[in-house]
Design a protein around this ligand. Structure first.
Ligand code: MLT
Ligand code: ZN
Length: 458
């Protein structure tokens, strides 16, 4: 069988960096999503781009699937090898190759995680801003076009990737982009690979944009009577031109989950959590501006802090929400929906999603990167309950349908993965989806790169 030939070939190439044990295959059979697991035939741990090329070439020769794997933190099943094959785990390609403070950029291998990069950057006074919560790999974040809590001010992966090196389906290396801040040369291949979910090539190296670490940081938290007033407050701050570094919405269920998991005592109400960057005076002034805007929208219990420990506690609680929610029901999965709409539509969408949850037998919470019009609804389900899985799928479907009706998108930042392929036509139209498939066929004629996902199905 051809996969066995590939495994034999890879073993002589990689030695014990080709794993076929049940434990390693099992670890690579799932991600952080609710999607059912599927085992790869083997897992390769390359250390160089040349090894990635050799793996892809061998797989192409024998029509064996190649599944790129970063840190396993996808929320949409991107790395699940639904058709078996060889998973390429990029964890050993984890070197920060170059930091250029004057140019505000770093060159990194794809397995570098955002925490690792920020640790190595600290002495330079610069930071990598994209923060999806999990300690994702940069290759994975680029592949899924991730973003997270700081995108309103600093942009998403799309805005922060300047250049790439990618191994394509025929084993060649393609260089895309440049180090220049802008360029008007040729098709934008960088942004074709950013968000391609490993279906057009395996990203091996990224040149990313860096931002100055702010001199001062302050945080604020405020409760609101309802989602409408919280979002109205943010819209006013956006119109004011306030450069909020983070602005997160938590519904009352999320707040109560945070309280019980992280030992906080926040008022249980729709809440906004802010972060401001700047000089000490400017970070404080932004908070004052928001406080007065919040008052106009019924905001209550406004608390502001510049204290690093207090801020750390608040944001850790926000980042732990995934675990806080799962902790409500031992053994459950969080079935997440990730939608993005024009911000003027956000409050209506959140309220409709909340009403759906109230009318359902499932428990669920809503959180949002509100400055971007992006929100996630998460439903607690038992994977082995067909009724619960079906109900969560129904609720998640309603989220997407409502978002598309108002000019929004089926995914703000978690990507298409497995379950959202079916919305591509509704969002982009037949001609655009056919063009995506034409691109996929041209760039991966044998369909070996992350098969069954973007560019093939949908
Ligand atoms: C977040 O915003 O925390 C992440 O996108 C993950 C999640 O949906 O919980
Ligand atoms: Zn998010």
């Amino acid at each position: 069988m051809s996969v066995e030939t590939v495994i034999t070939g890879l073993r002589s190439l990689l030695g014990d960096r080709l794993a076929t044990s049940n434990a390693v295959r099992d670890h690579h059979s799932h991600d952080s999503s609710w999607h059912p697991a599927a085992l790869p035939d083997a897992v390769a741990f390359p250390r160089t781009e040349a090894e990635v090329q050799a793996i892809v070439r061998l797989c192409a020769e024998h029509d064996v699937a190649v599944i790129p794997f970063g840190a396993g933190s996808s929320m949409e099943g991107h790395t699940i090898p639904t058709r078996g094959g060889i998973t390429i785990d990029m964890r050993d390609m984890n070197k920060v190759l170059e930091i250029r403070p004057e140019d505000g950029l770093a060159v990194v291998q794809a397995g570098v995680t955002r925490k690792q990069l920020n640790t190595e950057l600290r002495a330079t006074g610069l930071m990598f801003s994209v923060d999806p919560g999990a300690d994702a790999s940069l290759g994975g974040m680029a592949s899924t076009r991730g973003s997270g809590t700081m995108a309103y001010r600093y942009g998403t992966m799309r805005d922060n990737v300047l250049a790439l090196r990618v191994v394509t389906a025929d084993g060649q290396v393609v260089r895309t982009g440049s180090r220049a801040r802008k360029s008007s040369t040729g098709y934008d291949l960088t942004h074709l690979f950013v968000g391609a979910e490993g279906t057009l090539g395996v990203i091996t190296e990224l040149t990313v944009r860096l931002h100055p670490i702010p001199e001062a940081v302050s945080s604020a938290i405020c409760a609101f009577p309802d989602a409408q007033s919280a979002v109205a407050c943010v819209i006013e701050a956006v119109q004011y031109g306030l450069p909020m570094a983070r602005v997160e919405f938590l519904d009352e269920v999320a707040v109560s989950n945070v309280n019980s998991y992280s030992g906080l005592t926040l008022r249980v109400a729709p809440t906004l959590l802010f972060e401001f960057h700047g000089t000490e005076a400017w970070a404080a002034e932004q908070a004052q501006i928001v406080e007065s805007l919040a008052e106009g929208h019924g905001g209550a219990d406004f608390v502001w802090t510049a204290d690093a420990e207090e801020r750390g506690r608040l944001w850790q609680a926000r980042h732990d929400l995934y675990w806080a929610t799962k902790a409500r029901r031992p053994g459950c999965e969080l079935y997440t929906g990730d939608i993005c709409v024009p911000i003027s539509e956000l409050a209506g969408q959140i309220e409709a999603a909340r009403a759906d949850i109230e009318a359902s037998f499932l428990e669920g919470q809503i959180i949002g990167h509100v400055g971007d019009g992006n929100y996630h609804a998460g439903y607690l389900v038992m994977r082995d309950s067909p009724e619960e899985m079906a109900e969560a799928a129904r609720l998640a479907e309603r989220l997407v349908e409502r978002a598309l009706q108002v000019g929004g998108t089926a995914s703000g930042e978690h990507g298409i993965g497995l379950a959202k392929l079916k919305y591509l036509r509704a969002e982009h139209g037949d001609a655009a989806v056919e063009l995506m498939k034409t691109l996929k066929r041209a760039m991966d004629p044998k369909g070996i790169l992350n098969p069954g996902k973007l560019g093939q199905a949908g």
